[in-house]
Design a protein around this ligand. Structure first.
Ligand SMILES: Nc1ncnc2c1ncn2[C@@H]1O[C@H](COP(=O)(O)OP(=O)(O)OP(=O)(O)O)[C@@H](O)[C@H]1O
Ligand SMILES: [Mg+2]
Length: 413
């Protein structure tokens, strides 16, 4: 839900008093308040309730409740469990440091256990694992991002979006409860080293790219029309089978019609991922997300961070550095591919994926493909590779040509 540069595009939200329901969010264009007033007060009466979103918006009611053609659903009202702080303390064993899964711009994320049906606090042996994100009061994020998460993610259901289960707003404490994603973030798997982070295979990388593209295509679909605005490796969480789900809707915006832009007064984003037109002018397009997707695709191919000040100055920005190498494929691309792949990838598929990343990273937003087009291309790359794989699995033909690894250990460009 974070931002690494710039600051909020609106003035900081007032501290939550615990008396008022979460409100606002720019989706769907008019004020929405999530939760009943009792639901967020944290009083004992709120425990275990499911909140709805009350809305006075006509636009809101006109929204279709399903987006079956894109495999997702937009709920009329979020169905979220309203937790008390005491419950979440019990769920996370008192927010113990040992329970910390990670930390981002909003605050720490804790592991916890809750009953599968009621989501009441549970013993570890009896419950399901959940992830609880708790606001750090020193964070520049706060009420606005929390409301945005509840209002957007609380209404969206899609296999490639992380499930928000509930929230808590009590006194100044703001918390969000999610389904637990056992493999953590893509960022950890791509860039961290250690026994817990085995190198991702080519097939897994492609699977992650396809699932993330599907999630983003759903957000951009006519049913949904959301600009996600924070597409990056740390916001792609992975299930037990490395199935990807997008998380963090704190920066999401209700999107303008295709081709039109939404103007933000101040720029929010993460170094290396934000589209150039957005950084330069604050004009945010649906295609600004496509740029972010291109950056992550490049990270999947190269195993290199989008922005890394530890690299030589001409290589700090991955896109600028890699752009000349990904346009053409071939040997130059081979040198740029992640060495942790050990050369185990189909070179044609890699060249096609690199070309796709190049198109997503086009300076002119209009020339970037739509997420539907990106998804179709990635599926084609996968289908071709698996068709080839099954051919390879057939009994050997006479004198099969030996396949040379395309990776020759050359130093990177
Ligand atoms: N639902 C979840 N299941 C499992 N782990 C999670 C979950 N949500 C977050 N995490 C872990 O907590 C870390 C921090 O997540 P968080 O979204 O707060 O920050 P971030 O994405 O790293 O940064 P930013 O604030 O810029 O978005 C993640 O990298 C991940 O390892
Ligand atoms: Mg995040």
């Amino acid at each position: 839900m974070g931002n690494c540069f710039g600051c909020r595009d609106e003035s900081p939200a007032p501290p939550a008093t615990g008396k008022s329901p979460p409100s606002s969010s720019s989706w769907p264009n008019k004020e929405i308040s999530a939760g009943s007033s009792s639901g967020t007060s944290g009083t004992s009466g709120s425990s275990g309730t499911m909140s709805g979103v009350s809305s006075g918006s006509e636009d809101y009611r006109r929204w279709p409740s399903t987006g079956a053609d894109v495999g997702g659903r937009v709920l009329d009202v979020p169905k979220l469990r309203v937790f008390t702080l005491a419950e979440l303390r019990a769920v996370t064993r008192g927010f113990k440091p040992e329970m910390v899964l990670g930390e981002g711009g909003f605050g720490r994320v804790y592991k916890g256990w809750a009953d599968e049906r009621s989501l009441n606090p549970a013993k570890s042996s009896a419950g399901v694992v959940v992830a609880v994100k708790k606001l750090n009061h020193e964070s520049v994020q706060g009420l606005q991002e929390w409301q945005s998460e509840v209002n957007f993610l609380g209404r969206l259901q899609h296999p490639n979006l992380v499930k928000l289960l509930g929230y808590c707003g009590e006194d100044r404490e703001l918390l969000l409860v999610y389904e637990f994603m056992p493999k953590g973030s893509l960022e950890n798997h791509l860039f961290r080293r250690g026994a817990a982070f085995e190198p991702l295979t080519w097939e897994t990388r492609l699977k992650i790219a396809i699932g993330a593209a599907r999630g983003l295509a759903f957000l951009h679909s006519p049913e949904t029309q959301i600009i996600y605005r924070d597409f990056k490796a740390s916001n792609i969480l992975l299930d037990a089978d490395f199935g990807p789900k997008l998380s963090d809707f704190g920066l999401a915006k209700s999107g303008p019609a295709a081709g039109r832009s939404h103007v933000t007064t101040r720029i929010i984003g993460t170094y290396g991922y934000a589209a150039p037109e957005y950084v330069a002018t604050g004009h945010l397009y649906v295609k600004s997300d496509v740029y972010g997707f291109g950056v992550v695709l490049l990270e999947l191919l190269t195993g290199l961070r989008a922005h890394d000040t530890n690299r030589p100055s001409n290589q700090v920005n991955l896109v600028e550095w890699a752009r000349p190498y990904i346009a053409s494929g071939g040997r130059k691309l081979t040198g740029l591919m992640d060495q942790r792949l050990g050369g185990q990838y189909p070179s044609k598929a890699a060249a096609n994926a690199a070309r796709l990343a190049y198109n997503c990273l086009c300076g002119d937003p209009k020339s970037r493909p739509s997420m539907d087009e990106v998804l179709a291309k990635l599926e084609e790359i996968e289908a071709r590779a698996s068709a080839r794989g099954s051919q390879d699995a057939l009994p050997p033909r006479p004198a099969p040509a030996a396949r040379r690894s395309p990776y020759r250990g050359s130093s990177r460009p």
